[in-house]
Design a protein around this ligand. Structure first.
Ligand code: AGP
Length: 575
C-alpha cells in the first residue's frame, strides 16, 4: 500500500505544506517518499521529513511501500518521463508493466528504476506526442491492467490530472485549494467538502476548479458531500509511540462510540439489527486484528442465540456459501484491505447483502456496503491496531446486547482506565516474556479470540514467536513444545474449569505461567493480574487491553520500532 496526495492552489505553497499532507498518509507506507512541486523534484529513502524545499501552485507527493522494485531513491515516486517534464505518482499495481516496458523501450524510452509505476510516465509521454492529455488518459484506461490511483503533472501546465481504478482516490475542495489523495485523512483538517472517484474516472484539476470524466472522456457530474472535520480523527498530541497513545485513547473512543449508538448512529444501528434479524445467515469477513474482533463478536452473538460464522477474508470464497438471504458483515479498520474488498465483491456477485463496521469513513468497504456503522475509534496511526480492536469489540457486544446478551456497557471506559493503571504489573510480565523466543497464550470461549489477538500484537511489535490458541487444543499436539520455563499467558474468564485445568497442565510440564483473570479466587496466584469485572463478556475486552500493554512494553524493552514494525504496512494487502 502507498499513499498519494496532490494539491492545486490559487496561491503558491511550500513543500512543507505538501509534505504535511503526505505525512498524514504515512501509515499507508513509509519506506521512501518523494514529491514534485513546481519545478522541484525530490526523492528520499526512509520516513517523511517535513522540510522546506521548493514552492509552487501545483504539487504531487507519494509515500511508498515497496512491492515492485527495492527500496531506493530511483524507485521512489514521482516517476518522470524521459524529458523529465511529466511527473507521476501511483498507488496500485500495474500487472502488465513488463509488456508495456518492453514496448516503450522499443520506442526508445529509458527507465530510471524497476517499478511497475514508471511505465505510466512514459506511456503519457508517448501519448502526448499524438494528442491532448484527456485523450491520453482515456487511452491509459484501455492500456493499463491492474489497480491504480494516479496523479500527473506536466511542467508548464497549470492542471493536475487524476485517475482511478480499484485503488482509493478522493478529491477535497476548500480555501482556494483542491486536494486529491488516497484517503480523506490527507486533508480532513483543511476542508469538509469531498467527492470520491469511481472506477475508471479521471479528473482535470486547476486550483478550485475540477472536472470529472468517464474513461471515454465523457463529462461526469459530481456533487461534493460534507463530512465532519477532524472531530473523530484527531490523534492525541504528545511525544512517544503512537501505539501507547492509541491504547490510552481507548476509554474516550469507547465513550464516543456508546454515545453515538444512542444518537447520531442510532438509525443505522437499528437498521443493522433489523438486517441481522431478517437474514437467514450472518457471516463476518475480516483480516488480522479485525478478524479477532469478529471472532469475539461471534462469541457474543452465539451467546445471544444468533447463529453466525466468522471467516478470514482471504479465504472467504473457499468457505462461504452466500445467497440473497445471507448478510455479510465486513469488519475493517481501514476499509481498504484488498482481501476484504475481494470478499465483498464475491458476496455481492452471489447476491448477498453487505454491511460493514469500519473506522475510516467513506472508505471503499463502506462504499461497497448497503449499511455501515462507524466504530469511531479515531485516526489509528500505529500499524499495530489497538483502539480499533477495542471499539470493534464493544460495537459487537452492543449488537449482541440488542439480541438479549446481558451486559451493562456503560462502565467499560472506566474499567479500561483501571486496566491502564495496572501498567507497572503488565510491564513486569512484558519484560520477562521479552526474553523468550517462543511464547504461548491460551484462552477458551470468550478469551480464545483475545489469546490470538494478544499473540498477533506480540509478534508484530516484538518479533517474538507467539502462538495464541484454544486451551483445549494443547493436548492435540502443542503440549509437546511446553518445557521447563516456557512462558504461557493464560486468560481465565471467571471460574472456567477447563482453562484452569489447561493452565495446570502446562505448569505440570514446567511452563512459567502468567494469569490474567477476573476470578478473585485466582488473585493470589503467582504472577496473576486480576481484572475486576463480572462474567458478562467485558473481561474479553479488558483482557485484550492488558494484552496490548504487554505487547507494547515487551517491544519497548527490546527497543523495537513499534509504530512501524518490519515488513508490515497498515493495511497490508493494498499497495
Ligand atoms: C494488526 O495489528 C494489523 N494492523 C493487521 O492485522 C490488520 O488488522 C489487518 O491487516 C486488517 O486491517 P483492516 O482492519 O484495516 O482491514
Amino acid at each position: 500500500m502507498c499513499g498519494i496526495v496532490g494539491i492545486s492552489s490559487r496561491t503558491e505553497f511550500s513543500s512543507r505544506v505538501l509534505l504535511t499532507r503526505l505525512k498524514r498518509l504515512e501509515y499507508r507506507g513509509y519506506d521512501s517518499y518523494g514529491f514534485r512541486l513546481g519545478a522541484t523534484t525530490f526523492k528520499s529513502v526512509g520516513g517523511i521529513r517535513v522540510a522546506a524545499g521548493g514552492r509552487g501552485r501545483l504539487g504531487i507527493a507519494h509515500t511508498r511501500w515497496a512491492t515492485h522494485g527495492g527500496v531506493s531513491e530511483r524507485n521512489a515516486h514521482p516517476h518522470l518521463s524521459c524529458d523529465g517534464r511529466i511527473a507521476v505518482v501511483h498507488n496500485g499495481i500495474i500487472e502488465n508493466h513488463e509488456e508495456l516496458r518492453r514496448e516503450l523501450a522499443r520506442k526508445g524510452h529509458r527507465f530510471a528504476g524497476e517499478t511497475d509505476s514508471e511505465v505510466i510516465a512514459h506511456l503519457i509521454e508517448e501519448g502526448l506526442r499524438h494528442g491532448p492529455m484527456p485523450r491520453v488518459l482515456a487511452d491509459l484506461f484501455r492500456r493499463l491492467v491492474g489497480t491504480f490511483a494516479v496523479l500527473v503533472t506536466v511542467e508548464g501546465q497549470e492542471e493536475m490530472y487524476a485517475m482511478k481504478r480499484d485503488s482509493p482516490l478522493v478529491l477535497g475542495v476548500g480555501g482556494g485549494r483542491t486536494y486529491v489523495a488516497s484517503d480523506i485523512y490527507a486533508f480532513s483538517d483543511a476542508t469538509d467538502r469531498a467527492m470520491f472517484f469511481e472506477n475508471d474516472e479521471f479528473a482535470v484539476i486547476r486550483a478550485d476548479d475540477y472536472r470529472f470524466f468517464d474513461k471515454r472522456g465523457k463529462p461526469v457530474a459530481k456533487r461534493a458531500f460534507r463530512f465532519s472535520r477532524e472531530r473523530e480523527t484527531r490523534p492525541r498530541s504528545g511525544s512517544g509511540h503512537h501505539m501507547l497513545r492509541e491504547i490510552r485513547e481507548e476509554p474516550e473512543a469507547v465513550e464516543r462510540l456508546l454515545f453515538s449508538l444512542g444518537h447520531d448512529q442510532r438509525k443505522a444501528f437499528d437498521a443493522l439489527i433489523g438486517l441481522i434479524r431478517r437474514s437467514r445467515k450472518v457471516i463476518f469477513a475480516s483480516c488480522g486484528t479485525s478478524y479477532h474482533a469478529s471472532l469475539l463478536g461471534s462469541y457474543f452473538l452465539h451467546r445471544a442465540g444468533v447463529e453466525c460464522q466468522t471467516l478470514i477474508a482471504s479465504e472467504f470464497r473457499h468457505f462461504a456459501d452466500v445467497d440473497p438471504d445471507t448478510l455479510v458483515i465486513a469488519l475493517s479498520q481501514s476499509g481498504e484491505t484488498m482481501d476484504v474488498i475481494d470478499a465483498l465483491k464475491y458476496a455481492a456477485g452471489k447476491g448477498g447483502r453487505i454491511a460493514a463496521l469500519v473506522n475510516v469513513p467513506h472508505s471503499t468497504v463502506q462504499r461497497m456496503s448497503r449499511l455501515t456503522l462507524n466504530i469511531l475509534a479515531g485516526r489509528e496511526i500505529c500499524v499495530a491496531s489497538t483502539k480499533a480492536f477495542i471499539s470493534q469489540a464493544v460495537l459487537l457486544l452492543m449488537i449482541a446486547r440488542r439480541f438479549g446478551f446481558r451486559v451493562d456497557a456503560t462502565d467499560i471506559p472506566d474499567k479500561i482506565r483501571a486496566v491502564l493503571r495496572r501498567r507497572a504489573a503488565l510491564k513486569a510480565i512484558a519484560v520477562e516474556i521479552a526474553q523468550s523466543r517462543d511464547l504461548y497464550i491460551i484462552g477458551r470461549g470468550l478469551t480464545y479470540p483475545v489469546a490470538r489477538e494478544t499473540a498477533l500484537k506480540i509478534k508484530e511489535t516484538s518479533y517474538i514467536h507467539a502462538e495464541g490458541m484454544m486451551g483445549g487444543e494443547l493436548k492435540h499436539g502443542t503440549l509437546a513444545l511446553i518445557e521447563e520455563g516456557t512462558p504461557v499467558i493464560s486468560l481465565i474468564n471467571n471460574s472456567d474449569p477447563d482453562i484452569i485445568s489447561n493452565t495446570r497442565e502446562v505448569e505440570a510440564r514446567g511452563a512459567k505461567t502468567f494469569i490474567i483473570t477476573n476470578n478473585p479466587a485466582l488473585r493470589r496466584e503467582k504472577a496473576a493480574i486480576s481484572i475486576a469485572t463480572g462474567n458478562d463478556g467485558k473481561f474479553g475486552i479488558l483482557a485484550a487491553v492488558a494484552g496490548q500493554l504487554i505487547a507494547y512494553y515487551a517491544a519497548a524493552s527490546l527497543g523495537r520500532p513499534i509504530d512501524k514494525p518490519r515488513n508490515l504496512a497498515k493495511s497490508v494487502t493494498v499497495k
